[in-house]
Design a protein around this ligand. Structure first.
Ligand SMILES: *[C@@H]1O[C@H](CO)[C@@H](O)[C@H](O)[C@H]1NC(C)=O
Ligand SMILES: *[C@@H]1O[C@H](CO)[C@@H](O)[C@H](O)[C@H]1NC(C)=O
Ligand SMILES: *[C@@H]1O[C@H](CO)[C@@H](O)[C@H](O)[C@H]1NC(C)=O
Ligand SMILES: *[C@@H]1O[C@H](CO)[C@@H](O)[C@H](O)[C@H]1NC(C)=O
Ligand SMILES: *[C@@H]1O[C@H](CO)[C@@H](O)[C@H](O)[C@H]1NC(C)=O
Ligand SMILES: *[C@@H]1O[C@H](CO)[C@@H](O)[C@H](O)[C@H]1NC(C)=O
Ligand SMILES: *[C@@H]1O[C@H](CO)[C@@H](O)[C@H](O)[C@H]1NC(C)=O
Ligand SMILES: *[C@@H]1O[C@H](CO)[C@@H](O)[C@H](O)[C@H]1NC(C)=O
Ligand SMILES: *[C@@H]1O[C@H](CO)[C@@H](O)[C@H](O)[C@H]1NC(C)=O
Ligand SMILES: *[C@@H]1O[C@H](CO)[C@@H](O)[C@H](O)[C@H]1NC(C)=O
Ligand SMILES: *[C@@H]1O[C@H](CO)[C@@H](O)[C@H](O)[C@H]1NC(C)=O
Ligand SMILES: *[C@@H]1O[C@H](CO)[C@@H](O)[C@H](O)[C@H]1NC(C)=O
Ligand SMILES: [Cu+2]
Length: 619
């Protein structure tokens, strides 16, 4: 059946022009119980959940008319991995490229898909996709180098799952009672939005598995007993085939793998997923970290639960994606024109809540979506000042080579995503594998430009990279896509905590590259969000940011360590007569406190690195 579908596309590709794929999405709350443990409200489309998988052929135009029928929540759709070259306003990132679409409003997404591989779509407005608003988007390509090597495709989404609504979890998360920033622990893990999935397959037959982590928070290992994978695509980039037995798929990452089934129909094979418990502050005893689903070769053979020999997820050795090579052979980009050096920190600010910062900025949404500021600021659009301090804007000149040095001052791993591009990953320490947590033993170690291993001649490119605990990654891309692009951690808790910054790329070209349809402005009007002005919505003087949304102040000296802050705020809560509200421990050690503001320039507790001579523009 799938083959018939693909054959139809082949006929199309051979002669006819690319087609338009139309969807009407009426977004509303529906009930679901994917793990069999709790009925809950989820965000459905046209009254259904799981949501529709979107299939397009490379070159197609995708038009999605979305109506927000939720009644009580604003939304948007981000087409994860789509470069939106010339259609920046279709990127779906609320307050970056559009207004959040309020209940009762409609909004049309309309863009062409001229990329390869495996993608997904998800809400990109405060805390919305983990309520179920996410699904696969698959691009079919008859010219894929592995196209004639498989018989059928099998899309596989992995996700963590919560029984409580994001709305309720988020108020516990960002609160005085959670000064350590411990993320809510999921209640279960899903495959294709359910559990105990069976995939009927034929023996000795090759399939293309398209694996996507559509979760909120937790990375998962995946392997299939008795089989290996051959990786052929990551995040939309075809790769030279490489064999792997275990994959580590962090939030928003995708892998396409060829899988040849066993010769015999004697047994069914276990597809095993193991949640990365390193990301969790505590593991509730009833949480099923590892789950079994099955490749079914024989309907009469038993479906047994996997017996996991590894004691913890750390004993599984995953494939290191840094070693992959894109089939298009794109060479290492030259020395950068622009170098951005940012470090992840987890901090407490004056509200007493926990925030995430890149250097000293926790992303705080502007009053006007940044793209609309770029469109309305006239010649000042090329200056960073108009975008406000707390959106953490960096203006990138057209076609310059950009290098991002991303250091991790935190003890957790972070899956970083860049909109509008994929990037070359030219360095990562420690590597994915047994050494992954090895920098946790001492202070964080930053990238040293004078002491690094050789860059790969043909580096892997992808759009989500795992930043190791207390380690670093170095990324390069060309600023060849005029527009406003978010660079952020894809753990939704961390995005909400401010782990994001804004690249404003070739702003002088944005007005000629991007035009905003009427319905996009209408959504803003309905949401009472201005569409002209600087980040503070000032239309008179774009350099005057008075009244901009600002991050909370730093905690004054003397309240410097997170432990003390946690203590102070828990004392405060006790004084207020509020007890036993602390569900996740205050004694969290995973998140490393950032040094006090006064100590930022000293070496103590700082990310150690040698500074560089590259003509640089740093965040
Ligand atoms: C899947 O199987 C496990 C083990 O038998 C069971 O505990 C769980 O409830 C099942 N999940 C669903 C959604 O039926
Ligand atoms: C989608 O965009 C194309 C190109 O701008 C335009 O021709 C077409 O009318 C648009 N379709 C819709 C439904 O807006
Ligand atoms: C989309 O493609 C996948 C994988 O080829 C297939 O399983 C699914 O049935 C397709 N969905 C539709 C609606 O065509
Ligand atoms: C498996 O398939 C391959 C290629 O389709 C074929 O050459 C081989 O003989 C098959 N092996 C068995 C045991 O069926
Ligand atoms: C999988 O690959 C490993 C090493 O890469 C090899 O030892 C093992 O035999 C392979 N297993 C299968 C089923 O091909
Ligand atoms: C995309 O697919 C085409 C073949 O359709 C191939 O030539 C090109 O190298 C691929 N690009 C990437 C980034 O995978
Ligand atoms: C299938 O059978 C062939 C020939 O007996 C063997 O070489 C191959 O390893 C088998 N493949 C699997 C997946 O069992
Ligand atoms: C598998 O899950 C069980 C229960 O959740 C846990 O005790 C065990 O350590 C897990 N194994 C791995 C490898 O995570
Ligand atoms: C961050 O540091 C820079 C340079 O020291 C300073 O100019 C800026 O005001 C700081 N921003 C915040 C939000 O603290
Ligand atoms: C260079 O880096 C290596 C590996 O990270 C480290 O062991 C070594 O001490 C560093 N050398 C210098 C001179 O900093
Ligand atoms: C965007 O399109 C321009 C012009 O066709 C091209 O040069 C550039 O490489 C594209 N960038 C991306 C990220 O697709
Ligand atoms: C990056 O910034 C950090 C903190 O300001 C500094 O210690 C480090 O030397 C810088 N690294 C590079 C490569 O510029
Ligand atoms: Cu993160």
């Amino acid at each position: 059946m799938v083959r018939a579908f693909v054959a139809g596309l082949l006929a199309l590709a051979a002669g006819a022009a690319a087609k338009t794929v139309n969807y009407d999405f009426n977004v509303s709350w529906v009930q679901a119980n994917p793990d069999g443990m709790a009925d809950r409200k989820v965000i459905g489309i046209n009254g259904e959940w799981p949501l529709p998988v979107i299939n397009v052929t490379k070159g197609d135009r995708l038009v999605v008319n979305m109506y927000n029928g939720l009644g009580d929540k604003s939304t948007s759709i981000h087409w994860h991995g789509m470069f939106q070259n010339g259609t920046n306003n279709m990127d779906g990132a609320s307050m970056f490229t559009q207004c959040p679409i309020p209940p009762g409003s409609s909004f049309t997404y309309n863009f062409t898909v001229d990329q390869n591989g495996t993608y997904w779509y998800h809400c990109h407005t405060d805390y919305c996709y983990p309520d179920g608003y996410r699904q696969a988007l698959l691009v079919h390509d008859v010219d894929a180098p592995f196209y004639d090597q498989y018989e059928e495709e099998i899309p596989i989404t992995l996700s963590d799952w919560y029984h409580e609504m994001m709305e309720d979890l988020s108020t516990e998360f960002m609160s005085l009672y959670n000064p350590s920033g411990a993320e809510p622990i999921p209640d279960s893990f899903l495959m294709n939005d359910g559990q105990n999935r069976t995939f009927a397959v034929k023996p000795n037959t090759t399939y293309l598995l398209r694996i996507i982590n559509t979760g909120n928070f937790i990375a998962q290992y995946i392997y299939i007993e008795g089989h290996n994978f051959t990786i052929v695509e990551v995040d939309g980039v075809y790769t030279e085939p490489q064999e792997a037995s275990v994959l580590y798929v962090h939030i928003a990452q995708r892998y396409s793998v060829l899988l040849t089934t066993a010769n015999s129909t004697e047994l069914n094979y276990k597809i095993v997923t193991v949640a990365d418990s390193d990301l969790m502050d505590g593991i509730p005893s009833n949480l099923q970290l590892n789950n079994t689903n099955w490749l079914v070769l024989n309907e009469d053979a038993p479906l047994e639960q996997a017996v996991i020999t590894a004691a913890t997820s750390d004993d599984l050795v995953p494939f290191d994606d840094f070693t992959l090579v894109p089939t298009d052979g794109m060479a290492l980009l030259p020395e950068p024109d622009i170098q951005i050096n940012v470090t992840v920190y987890m901090v407490n600010l004056m509200t007493g809540y926990n925030y995430a910062e890149l250097n000293n900025i926790t992303y705080t949404a502007p009053k006007v979506p940044t793209l609309y500021t770029a469109l309305s600021a006239g010649d000042l659009r090329t200056t960073e000042v108009v975008y406000g301090e707390y959106t953490h804007p960096i203006v990138l000149e057209h076609n310059k080579v950009v290098e991002v040095i991303l250091n991790n001052g935190d003890g957790g791993s972070h899956p970083f995503h860049l909109h509008g591009h994929n990037f070359q990953v030219i360095q990562r320490e420690p590597p994915l594998g047994p050494e992954f947590n090895s920098y946790l033993d001492g202070d964080p170690i930053g990238y040293d430009p004078n002491n690094h291993t050789d860059f790969p001649p043909i580096p892997i490119r992808r759009d989500v990279i795992v930043l190791p605990p207390q380690g670093f990654v170095v990324l390069r891309f060309v600023a060849d896509n005029p527009g406003v692009w978010v660079f952020h951690c894809h753990i939704d808790w961390h995005l909400a905590s401010g782990l994001a910054m804004t690249f404003v790329e070739a702003p002088e070209l944005i007005p000629t590259h991007v035009s905003i349809p009427e319905d996009h402005y209408a959504a803003c009007a309905a949401a009472a969000i201005p569409t002209v002005g600087n980040a503070a919505a000032n239309t008179e003087d774009y350099t005057d940011l008075t009244g901009q949304n600002a991050q909370p102040a730093d905690i004054p000296d003397g309240w410097t360590s997170k432990g003390e802050v946690a203590m102070a705020f828990s004392v405060l809560s006790a004084v207020l007569g509020i007890i036993s509200l602390v569900y996740y421990g205050l004694a969290d050690l995973k998140h490393r406190p950032k040094p006090a503001p006064a100590a930022r320039d000293s070496s103590e507790g700082e990310v150690a690195a040698v500074s560089t001579e590259v003509p640089s523009k740093s965040g």
